[in-house]
Design a protein around this ligand. Sequence first.
Ligand SMILES: [Zn+2]
Length: 331
Amino acid sequence: MLDAYPWQIASARRLVAFNQHLPHALLLHGRAGLGKHALALSFAKFLLCEHADKATDACGACASCHWFMQGSHPDMHILQPSILDESDDSEAKKSAWISVEQVRHAIDFVQLTSHRNGLRIVLIYPAEAMQAAAANALLKTLEEPPANSLILLVSDQAAKLIPTILSRCHLVGFDLPDEAVALDWLQAQGVSEAQLCLKLAAGSPLRALNLADADYQTRRRALLTDLLAGKKANALALAARYAKLSGAEFAQIILWLQQWAQDLLATKLAGRVYYQLDYAEQLHSLALRVKLKPLQLWQTRLQQAKAAVAHPLNVQMVLEDILLDYLNLFE
Ligand SMILES: [Zn+2]
């Protein structure tokens, strides 16, 4: 079977079965942190493998497999935002988007005859990094695909793709794995707080693995401890501590605050927490002191802050407001 995570066995079988009648365009879609990109690579390696009697996986030994493992297969083209391209160190040109120019380059590639008289593959990840112009440039190729070509798109946010792209791809959806399978895997990776990390990652196992990072947990707990101090904490001093945050760090703080708010609400309404299993007891006693309406208003406030994360005008001021509002919840 293809190299796959334990929760991808059915998806891997489904992909392998396409080998009989390969569509010209496949879109693997689902939440981030499920390993779709890794499975797409392993599928591409399988398709390009020269071993004639390959059954369910690449042989790992032929010239094609060797090229693939070295990242230099002449019939494989990877289309990704330059920000993800670690081999390119020209910082100045780094972008989070896939440009029209990159798409045109990929189209030229796929229209050439294959190096080995076989298949040519373009892997696009994340597909939502193509803005309208780039997506439109790809569209013509999806409409009139060259023979022996596969456009393999992978997306964490397929809803952001233009409908004409979606309608021309064969869709393969990825669901969240069963909790037990994800927990087994996380424990096998040495994650000690597997259940907590999986909750914080909203069920995505690869994301949960990242969140098991000790530094991440230390920063999360530092903020939550401050929040727990409730009324006694000084919102201004707290905001000042987080004043010099980058956009990404600010987004992280907002996410933690949102999870905190949702857990307060869930505790109040349903008597249980969703995310912070390690603070369940403290959240229960806090929830008794908070009123429903102001809590919902605070959630709306966090939602607005999240929307503005890309352009935080003044991180310190926004955080001061949010934290003051938070303290007022307990008046
Ligand atoms: Zn091979």
